[in-house]
Ligand binder design. Sequence first.
Ligand SMILES: Cc1cc2nc3c(=O)[nH]c(=O)nc-3n(C[C@H](O)[C@H](O)[C@H](O)COP(=O)(O)O)c2cc1C
Length: 316
Amino acid sequence: MILSLAPMEGVTGYAFRKAHAECFGELDRYYTPFLVPPRLDFPFANRYAKELCQEGDEALDVVPQLLTKNADEFVWATQLLSEMGYAEVNLNVGCPSGTVANKGRGAGFLRDLAALEAFLQDVCVRSALPVSVKTRIGFANDNEFEEILETYCRCPIAELIVHPRVRADFYDGAPRRKAYGEALAKAPFPVAYNGDIFSVADIESLVAAYPETRHVMLGRGVVGNPALPRMIKGGPAATADELERFHDVLFHTYEERIGGNAVFRMKEWWSYAKELFVSPISVQRAVRKLKRVDEYEAAVSKIFRTEELVVDRIGQ
Ligand SMILES: Cc1cc2nc3c(=O)[nH]c(=O)nc-3n(C[C@H](O)[C@H](O)[C@H](O)COP(=O)(O)O)c2cc1C
Protein backbone atom coordinates (compact mmCIF):
# COMPACT_ATOMS: atom_id res chain seq x y z
CA MET A 1 0.00 0.00 0.00
CA ILE A 2 1.34 3.42 -0.98
CA LEU A 3 0.89 6.03 1.76
CA SER A 4 1.39 9.62 0.64
CA LEU A 5 1.20 13.09 2.17
CA ALA A 6 -1.63 15.29 0.91
CA PRO A 7 -0.92 18.78 -0.38
CA MET A 8 -2.11 21.30 2.23
CA GLU A 9 -1.21 24.91 1.55
CA GLY A 10 0.59 26.49 4.53
CA VAL A 11 0.66 23.13 6.38
CA THR A 12 2.36 20.24 4.54
CA GLY A 13 5.12 22.07 2.69
CA TYR A 14 8.86 21.55 2.95
CA ALA A 15 9.10 22.03 6.73
CA PHE A 16 6.47 19.37 7.42
CA ARG A 17 7.88 16.77 5.04
CA LYS A 18 11.40 17.30 6.41
CA ALA A 19 10.27 17.01 10.05
CA HIS A 20 8.07 14.03 9.30
CA ALA A 21 10.68 12.10 7.32
CA GLU A 22 13.36 12.81 9.93
CA CYS A 23 11.31 11.91 13.00
CA PHE A 24 8.85 9.26 11.81
CA GLY A 25 10.50 7.78 8.71
CA GLU A 26 9.74 8.67 5.17
CA LEU A 27 6.36 8.26 3.50
CA ASP A 28 6.15 6.64 0.08
CA ARG A 29 5.35 9.97 -1.59
CA TYR A 30 4.90 13.67 -0.76
CA TYR A 31 2.73 16.04 -2.80
CA THR A 32 3.63 19.72 -2.50
CA PRO A 33 0.92 22.24 -1.69
CA PHE A 34 -0.28 23.81 -4.93
CA LEU A 35 2.17 25.87 -6.96
CA VAL A 36 0.96 28.40 -9.51
CA PRO A 37 3.04 28.03 -12.71
CA PRO A 38 5.06 31.05 -13.82
CA ARG A 39 4.38 32.90 -17.07
CA LEU A 40 6.06 31.42 -20.14
CA ASP A 41 9.86 31.69 -20.05
CA PHE A 42 9.88 32.91 -16.43
CA PRO A 43 11.09 30.91 -13.39
CA PHE A 44 8.77 29.95 -10.51
CA ALA A 45 7.93 32.87 -8.21
CA ASN A 46 10.00 32.88 -5.04
CA ARG A 47 7.27 31.62 -2.71
CA TYR A 48 6.76 28.54 -4.92
CA ALA A 49 10.47 28.01 -5.66
CA LYS A 50 10.95 27.64 -1.88
CA GLU A 51 8.93 24.41 -2.07
CA LEU A 52 11.16 22.87 -4.74
CA CYS A 53 14.51 21.02 -4.57
CA GLN A 54 15.09 21.77 -0.89
CA GLU A 55 17.78 20.11 1.24
CA GLY A 56 16.87 16.48 1.93
CA ASP A 57 14.20 16.36 -0.79
CA GLU A 58 16.51 14.36 -3.04
CA ALA A 59 15.99 11.33 -0.79
CA LEU A 60 12.17 11.62 -0.97
CA ASP A 61 9.61 10.99 -3.70
CA VAL A 62 8.18 14.50 -4.08
CA VAL A 63 5.44 15.28 -6.60
CA PRO A 64 4.84 18.98 -7.28
CA GLN A 65 1.20 20.00 -7.64
CA LEU A 66 0.17 22.71 -10.11
CA LEU A 67 -2.92 24.91 -9.97
CA THR A 68 -3.83 26.43 -13.33
CA LYS A 69 -6.18 26.17 -16.29
CA ASN A 70 -3.58 27.55 -18.70
CA ALA A 71 -2.18 24.64 -20.75
CA ASP A 72 0.88 26.51 -22.05
CA GLU A 73 1.90 27.60 -18.55
CA PHE A 74 1.31 24.08 -17.22
CA VAL A 75 3.56 22.61 -19.93
CA TRP A 76 6.23 25.27 -19.32
CA ALA A 77 6.18 24.48 -15.59
CA THR A 78 6.62 20.76 -16.34
CA GLN A 79 9.74 21.58 -18.38
CA LEU A 80 11.20 23.46 -15.42
CA LEU A 81 10.25 20.65 -13.03
CA SER A 82 11.67 17.98 -15.31
CA GLU A 83 15.01 19.85 -15.44
CA MET A 84 14.98 19.89 -11.63
CA GLY A 85 14.67 16.10 -11.63
CA TYR A 86 11.00 15.55 -10.74
CA ALA A 87 9.36 12.43 -12.19
CA GLU A 88 5.64 13.37 -12.09
CA VAL A 89 3.40 16.40 -11.81
CA ASN A 90 -0.06 16.62 -10.27
CA LEU A 91 -2.98 18.83 -11.35
CA ASN A 92 -5.23 20.37 -8.68
CA VAL A 93 -8.93 19.91 -9.59
CA GLY A 94 -10.18 20.27 -6.05
CA CYS A 95 -9.37 23.63 -4.50
CA PRO A 96 -12.73 24.97 -3.26
CA SER A 97 -11.70 28.56 -2.49
CA GLY A 98 -13.89 31.17 -4.17
CA THR A 99 -11.00 33.15 -5.63
CA VAL A 100 -9.68 29.98 -7.32
CA ALA A 101 -12.88 28.16 -8.31
CA ASN A 102 -14.66 31.26 -9.64
CA LYS A 103 -11.89 31.63 -12.21
CA GLY A 104 -12.40 28.06 -13.44
CA ARG A 105 -9.33 26.66 -11.67
CA GLY A 106 -9.19 23.96 -8.96
CA ALA A 107 -12.71 22.63 -8.31
CA GLY A 108 -13.94 25.33 -10.74
CA PHE A 109 -12.59 23.17 -13.60
CA LEU A 110 -15.40 20.69 -12.82
CA ARG A 111 -18.00 23.20 -14.05
CA ASP A 112 -16.65 23.02 -17.61
CA LEU A 113 -15.82 19.41 -18.44
CA ALA A 114 -15.19 20.19 -22.12
CA ALA A 115 -12.47 22.64 -21.06
CA LEU A 116 -11.05 20.14 -18.54
CA GLU A 117 -10.89 17.41 -21.19
CA ALA A 118 -9.32 19.71 -23.80
CA PHE A 119 -6.75 20.80 -21.20
CA LEU A 120 -5.86 17.24 -20.19
CA GLN A 121 -5.73 15.86 -23.74
CA ASP A 122 -3.36 18.68 -24.63
CA VAL A 123 -1.07 18.73 -21.59
CA CYS A 124 -0.79 14.94 -21.33
CA VAL A 125 0.76 14.97 -24.82
CA ARG A 126 2.97 18.03 -24.37
CA SER A 127 3.95 17.71 -20.69
CA ALA A 128 7.58 16.86 -19.95
CA LEU A 129 6.32 14.65 -17.08
CA PRO A 130 3.49 12.14 -16.52
CA VAL A 131 0.39 13.98 -15.26
CA SER A 132 -1.68 12.76 -12.31
CA VAL A 133 -4.86 14.50 -11.13
CA LYS A 134 -6.29 15.14 -7.67
CA THR A 135 -10.01 15.71 -7.98
CA ARG A 136 -13.24 16.30 -6.13
CA ILE A 137 -16.30 14.42 -7.38
CA GLY A 138 -18.46 17.39 -8.34
CA PHE A 139 -19.00 21.10 -7.99
CA ALA A 140 -22.50 21.32 -6.52
CA ASN A 141 -23.68 17.72 -6.43
CA ASP A 142 -22.27 14.19 -6.47
CA ASN A 143 -24.48 13.12 -9.38
CA GLU A 144 -22.01 15.05 -11.54
CA PHE A 145 -19.39 12.38 -10.93
CA GLU A 146 -20.49 9.92 -13.59
CA GLU A 147 -19.74 12.41 -16.35
CA ILE A 148 -16.59 13.65 -14.59
CA LEU A 149 -15.25 10.09 -14.34
CA GLU A 150 -16.06 9.40 -18.00
CA THR A 151 -14.12 12.54 -18.90
CA TYR A 152 -11.05 11.43 -16.95
CA CYS A 153 -11.29 7.91 -18.39
CA ARG A 154 -10.86 9.33 -21.90
CA CYS A 155 -7.61 11.10 -20.91
CA PRO A 156 -4.13 9.52 -20.66
CA ILE A 157 -3.49 10.53 -17.06
CA ALA A 158 -1.01 8.65 -14.86
CA GLU A 159 -3.21 8.39 -11.75
CA LEU A 160 -6.46 9.81 -10.35
CA ILE A 161 -6.55 10.74 -6.67
CA VAL A 162 -10.17 10.98 -5.55
CA HIS A 163 -11.21 13.19 -2.64
CA PRO A 164 -14.86 12.17 -2.67
CA ARG A 165 -16.46 15.46 -1.70
CA VAL A 166 -18.01 18.11 -3.91
CA ARG A 167 -16.84 21.70 -3.92
CA ALA A 168 -19.94 22.81 -2.01
CA ASP A 169 -18.90 20.54 0.91
CA PHE A 170 -15.55 22.30 1.37
CA TYR A 171 -14.21 19.93 4.08
CA ASP A 172 -17.54 19.14 5.79
CA GLY A 173 -19.71 16.04 5.81
CA ALA A 174 -18.59 12.46 5.27
CA PRO A 175 -16.60 11.60 2.13
CA ARG A 176 -18.77 9.76 -0.39
CA ARG A 177 -16.66 6.61 -0.61
CA LYS A 178 -18.98 5.04 -3.18
CA ALA A 179 -17.67 7.47 -5.78
CA TYR A 180 -14.12 6.29 -5.06
CA GLY A 181 -15.33 2.69 -5.54
CA GLU A 182 -16.84 3.64 -8.92
CA ALA A 183 -13.55 5.18 -10.01
CA LEU A 184 -11.63 2.07 -8.88
CA ALA A 185 -13.98 -0.16 -10.86
CA LYS A 186 -14.06 1.87 -14.07
CA ALA A 187 -10.78 3.73 -14.51
CA PRO A 188 -8.10 2.42 -16.89
CA PHE A 189 -5.40 4.13 -14.76
CA PRO A 190 -4.48 3.70 -11.06
CA VAL A 191 -6.86 5.34 -8.57
CA ALA A 192 -5.97 6.64 -5.08
CA TYR A 193 -8.19 7.54 -2.12
CA ASN A 194 -8.05 10.71 -0.03
CA GLY A 195 -10.30 12.01 2.76
CA ASP A 196 -10.90 11.69 6.51
CA ILE A 197 -8.40 8.95 7.33
CA PHE A 198 -7.71 9.84 10.97
CA SER A 199 -7.13 6.41 12.50
CA VAL A 200 -6.09 2.83 11.81
CA ALA A 201 -9.78 1.87 12.00
CA ASP A 202 -10.62 4.41 9.26
CA ILE A 203 -8.17 2.88 6.79
CA GLU A 204 -9.16 -0.65 7.78
CA SER A 205 -12.79 0.09 6.98
CA LEU A 206 -11.77 1.64 3.64
CA VAL A 207 -9.74 -1.42 2.68
CA ALA A 208 -12.48 -3.78 3.88
CA ALA A 209 -14.97 -2.02 1.59
CA TYR A 210 -12.47 -1.62 -1.29
CA PRO A 211 -9.81 -4.33 -1.07
CA GLU A 212 -8.23 -3.19 -4.36
CA THR A 213 -7.09 0.01 -2.61
CA ARG A 214 -3.41 0.55 -3.46
CA HIS A 215 -2.70 4.19 -2.59
CA VAL A 216 -4.11 6.27 0.27
CA MET A 217 -3.24 9.94 0.61
CA LEU A 218 -3.22 11.26 4.18
CA GLY A 219 -3.81 14.92 5.05
CA ARG A 220 -5.19 16.21 8.34
CA GLY A 221 -4.83 12.75 9.89
CA VAL A 222 -1.03 12.74 9.59
CA VAL A 223 -0.69 16.46 10.36
CA GLY A 224 -2.42 15.97 13.71
CA ASN A 225 -0.89 12.57 14.39
CA PRO A 226 2.48 12.20 12.66
CA ALA A 227 2.76 8.57 13.84
CA LEU A 228 -0.39 7.60 11.90
CA PRO A 229 1.47 6.04 8.91
CA ARG A 230 3.62 3.99 11.32
CA MET A 231 0.48 2.86 13.17
CA ILE A 232 -1.16 1.88 9.87
CA LYS A 233 1.87 -0.34 9.26
CA GLY A 234 1.37 -1.99 12.66
CA GLY A 235 3.75 0.18 14.72
CA PRO A 236 3.18 2.10 17.96
CA ALA A 237 1.58 5.49 18.58
CA ALA A 238 3.87 8.46 19.18
CA THR A 239 5.34 9.01 22.63
CA ALA A 240 5.49 12.51 24.14
CA ASP A 241 9.25 12.58 23.51
CA GLU A 242 8.81 11.70 19.84
CA LEU A 243 6.13 14.33 19.42
CA GLU A 244 8.27 16.95 21.11
CA ARG A 245 11.21 16.16 18.85
CA PHE A 246 8.94 16.34 15.79
CA HIS A 247 7.52 19.64 17.02
CA ASP A 248 11.01 21.07 17.52
CA VAL A 249 12.27 20.09 14.04
CA LEU A 250 9.11 21.54 12.47
CA PHE A 251 9.31 24.77 14.49
CA HIS A 252 13.03 25.33 13.89
CA THR A 253 12.69 24.63 10.17
CA TYR A 254 9.93 27.26 10.01
CA GLU A 255 12.06 29.65 12.07
CA GLU A 256 14.98 29.32 9.64
CA ARG A 257 12.68 30.02 6.72
CA ILE A 258 10.13 32.56 7.99
CA GLY A 259 11.52 33.84 11.32
CA GLY A 260 8.95 35.01 13.91
CA ASN A 261 5.99 33.91 11.75
CA ALA A 262 6.97 30.37 12.72
CA VAL A 263 4.87 30.74 15.89
CA PHE A 264 1.81 31.51 13.77
CA ARG A 265 2.42 28.42 11.59
CA MET A 266 2.88 26.23 14.66
CA LYS A 267 -0.46 27.39 16.06
CA GLU A 268 -2.06 25.97 12.94
CA TRP A 269 -0.26 22.66 13.60
CA TRP A 270 -1.54 22.68 17.19
CA SER A 271 -5.10 23.15 15.92
CA TYR A 272 -4.75 19.59 14.53
CA ALA A 273 -2.30 18.08 17.04
CA LYS A 274 -4.25 19.17 20.15
CA GLU A 275 -6.57 16.19 19.55
CA LEU A 276 -3.71 13.87 20.59
CA PHE A 277 -4.12 15.13 24.15
CA VAL A 278 -6.74 14.27 26.75
CA SER A 279 -7.58 17.94 27.13
CA PRO A 280 -7.43 19.58 23.69
CA ILE A 281 -9.01 22.74 25.09
CA SER A 282 -6.25 23.34 27.61
CA VAL A 283 -3.57 22.63 24.95
CA GLN A 284 -5.22 25.10 22.59
CA ARG A 285 -5.53 27.69 25.37
CA ALA A 286 -1.86 27.33 26.28
CA VAL A 287 -0.64 28.38 22.82
CA ARG A 288 -3.52 30.47 21.45
CA LYS A 289 -2.48 33.98 22.37
CA LEU A 290 1.29 33.65 22.29
CA LYS A 291 3.33 35.73 19.89
CA ARG A 292 6.89 35.79 21.23
CA VAL A 293 9.18 32.86 20.49
CA ASP A 294 10.45 32.54 24.11
CA GLU A 295 6.90 32.51 25.54
CA TYR A 296 5.85 30.00 22.93
CA GLU A 297 8.78 27.67 23.64
CA ALA A 298 8.12 27.74 27.39
CA ALA A 299 4.41 26.96 26.86
CA VAL A 300 5.18 24.06 24.53
CA SER A 301 7.72 22.55 26.87
CA LYS A 302 5.09 22.66 29.63
CA ILE A 303 2.48 20.99 27.38
CA PHE A 304 4.78 18.05 26.69
CA ARG A 305 5.65 17.73 30.37
CA THR A 306 2.17 18.03 31.83
CA GLU A 307 -0.58 17.25 29.30
CA GLU A 308 -1.58 13.62 28.97
CA LEU A 309 -1.71 11.93 25.54
CA VAL A 310 -4.75 9.98 24.39
CA VAL A 311 -3.15 6.98 22.75
CA ASP A 312 -6.30 4.90 23.17
CA ARG A 313 -8.31 7.16 20.89
CA ILE A 314 -6.37 6.03 17.83
CA GLY A 315 -6.62 2.32 17.86
CA GLN A 316 -3.93 1.16 20.30
C1 LIG B 1 -5.50 23.96 5.13
C2 LIG B 1 -5.69 23.08 3.92
C3 LIG B 1 -4.94 23.34 2.77
C4 LIG B 1 -5.11 22.53 1.62
N1 LIG B 1 -4.35 22.78 0.50
C5 LIG B 1 -4.49 21.96 -0.61
C6 LIG B 1 -3.65 22.12 -1.76
O1 LIG B 1 -2.76 22.98 -1.84
N2 LIG B 1 -3.87 21.27 -2.82
C7 LIG B 1 -4.82 20.27 -2.78
O2 LIG B 1 -4.97 19.51 -3.75
N3 LIG B 1 -5.58 20.08 -1.68
C8 LIG B 1 -5.42 20.88 -0.61
N4 LIG B 1 -6.18 20.63 0.52
C9 LIG B 1 -7.04 19.43 0.56
C10 LIG B 1 -6.25 18.23 1.12
O3 LIG B 1 -5.19 17.87 0.27
C11 LIG B 1 -7.18 16.99 1.28
O4 LIG B 1 -7.75 16.72 0.04
C12 LIG B 1 -8.29 17.22 2.30
O5 LIG B 1 -7.81 17.81 3.49
C13 LIG B 1 -8.99 15.90 2.64
O6 LIG B 1 -8.05 14.93 3.09
P1 LIG B 1 -7.80 14.66 4.68
O7 LIG B 1 -9.14 14.40 5.28
O8 LIG B 1 -6.88 13.48 4.69
O9 LIG B 1 -7.20 15.91 5.23
C14 LIG B 1 -6.04 21.44 1.64
C15 LIG B 1 -6.77 21.20 2.82
C16 LIG B 1 -6.61 21.98 3.93
C17 LIG B 1 -7.43 21.67 5.18
